[in-house]
Design a binder for this molecule. Structure first.
Ligand code: MF3
Ligand code: CO
Length: 239
């Protein structure tokens, strides 16, 4: 899983340097596809439940599952890039939200808070910790800043299958089976807060994939694949 995770991290690093105003979102997809295949791995999203592209590229009010295409990025946009890689029979999955050119103070703060929500959640990953502590930490970090946490999409276990149990919401739920999940060494989690400037409500566009905020205000997304270790955790999607 480290091999898959390292490729995901390297693709993101490469795309970070590529992102600029006027480029199409398809160009990001093509660059990612080439990089992943050159590293003897496969883009995990391609064909997943019929998904038509290699990566997800979600701009501004798009929350997740934006389909790369002819759309051109422009100065002031924020762009979320979500990448899954399949390598040596295992998966890794990560996402970042990047500024395009010069962005507003508000957009910058949304990105920073979402990144911090993920970092705070990672600090809660160790043997014996409860899943609800992770969810609660994300929610608290985000809501303290006046932003909202998307309910309709969640993080997940990951391994030889991209989406494994347990589901990992970014907010506290009050069901028993959920609060009873306790982390053990060897578990690997994909934690992925999706944070909105306004309402947490989202809807799916008529292409059947692209999820947007109901109020069309900005949304940010960060994700890492993280292994529970005897002595804490290890983030697998870093170089
Ligand atoms: N990025 C999503 C996740 O983190 C999965 C993308 S689904 C796909 O779980 F269909 F777009 F591939
Ligand atoms: Co994921």
């Amino acid at each position: 899983m480290r091999s898959a995770g390292r490729i995901v991290a390297d693709v993101i690093k490469m795309l970070e340097k590529l992102v600029r105003p006027e480029m199409t979102t398809l160009a990001l997809d093509e660059a990612a596809d080439k990089f992943i295949r050159d590293n003897d791995a496969e883009p995990a999203f391609k064909g997943y439940r019929g998904y038509p592209a290699n990566i997800c590229v979600s701009v501004n009010e798009e929350v997740v599952h934006g389909i790369p295409g002819a759309r051109r990025l422009k100065d002031g946009d924020i762009v979320s890039i979500d990448i899954g890689v399949h390598c040596k029979n295992y998966y890794a999955d990560a996402a970042v939200t990047l500024p395009v050119g010069k962005i507003s103070k508000e957009a910058q703060r949304l990105i920073e808070v979402t990144r911090r929500a993920l970092e705070n959640a990672i600090d809660k990953i160790y043997p014996g910790a409860k899943l609800s502590e992770i969810s609660g930490t994300v929610q608290q970090t985000v809501e303290k800043e006046g932003f909202s946490v998307v309910r309709d999409f969640v993080g997940h276990g990951i391994g030889q299958v991209m989406h494994e149990d347990p589901q990992i919401p970014n907010y506290l739920m009050d069901t028993d089976d959920y609060t009873e999940v306790v982390l053990k060494p060897g578990m690997v989690l994909a934690i992925e807060p999706m944070v909105n400037l306004g309402t947490y409500a989202v809807e799916t566009l008529s292409n059947g994939w692209t999820v947007v905020t109901k109020d069309r205000r900005l949304s940010a997304h960060f994700e890492h694949t993280i292994a529970v270790m005897e002595n804490g955790n290890q983030v697998l999607t870093i170089p």
